[in-house]
Design a protein around this ligand. Sequence first.
Ligand SMILES: Cc1ncc(COP(=O)(O)O)c(C=O)c1O
Length: 382
Amino acid sequence: MIKKYYLLSPGPTPVPETVLSAAAEPIIHHRTPEFSKIFMEVTEGLKYVFQTKEDVYILAASGTGAMETAVINTLSPGDTVITINGGKFGERWGNICRAYGLDTREIVITWGDDFTPEQLEEEIKKTPGVKAVFTTLSETSTGAIFDIKGFGEVVAATEAILVVDGISGLGATPCYMDEWKIDVLVTGSQKSFMIPPGLAYIAFSPKAWKMVESSKLPKFYFDIKKYRKNLEKQTTPWTPAVSLIIQQKKALDIIKNLGLENLLKHHQVLGDATRAGVKALGLELLAKRPGNILTAVKTPAGVDGNKLVKTMQGKYMAYISNAQDPHKGEFFRIAHLGYMGGFDIITALSALEMTLLDLGYDKFQPGASVAAAEKVLREGWQ
Ligand SMILES: Cc1ncc(COP(=O)(O)O)c(C=O)c1O
């Protein structure tokens, strides 16, 4: 059979054809009015997705670069911070903060569990002088989302800033930077922004800018004040990733035409359909508070989870993701993020059923997941 490749991972995600072909256009020089116009349109489009009045800065980096930018621009050596570690990416906040010598109070949560604003309030009370709270909108390693709006209320009542990793979540699950009192929001291009990997975006609230003014951690390439100064001249401090920014302009046009709320509804329908499908197979979700970005599904008893992922990817070319270390094989992740349509969910569920049958797991009616997902998709199709 011709093996067609189906990208069902939570990043990178599929990219629309019109956006892909934009990368083939001749390179224009970045210190020109022509490029500045596109650059400023992208900046405006990003402000719309971030739902902020503040400027959004474009970095030539993957999402982790924006995470590091958030840390080094707001804090000083020895500052006390709280990091919420509910999986691989929450853990990364702790790793970055420790790398810069910050006094890091890491709250470790069992993968897939929730952590409430009330619990955060308690932790802040126990941590005098805390300067920043680092958390994750959508924990991509587990499929769980946190109550960022609630965290915003709690942190706004203190001297600390709330720093949110929206790398997989922004554009796929509700997140309104200004309204939710988020002080630093970071994200990456290869998720709901529908372009290839390579760009990261970051914005700071007025409260966070005050901390930028007094921050003493070392910085150079990611010194946000350099970006602020250059944005006034409608440009970047260093050579920007010209083609990616042009691609982002095209993808933001798609997002703006659809509208942010419709984009969020779209992810809701895909998330609901995926959850209905896996539940129809008698399978369990990992996350107590699942988001519409990806669905993490526990490997059923008697099935080798690593083999499941290998079969999905190798035989059916359906590129779902395995769980990450130290939980490899215990669950798997089906993404519904970025340029995905309803029928991508049908593909994922059908490949999952065929894989389970290949591995000798037959405790379900063939077609059950597809039928359950179709029902949700038909009702929710906009
Ligand atoms: C929630 C979250 N945070 C951070 C990252 C790291 O981003 P990158 O791999 O683009 O550096 C990812 C990537 O998957 C992510 O999903």
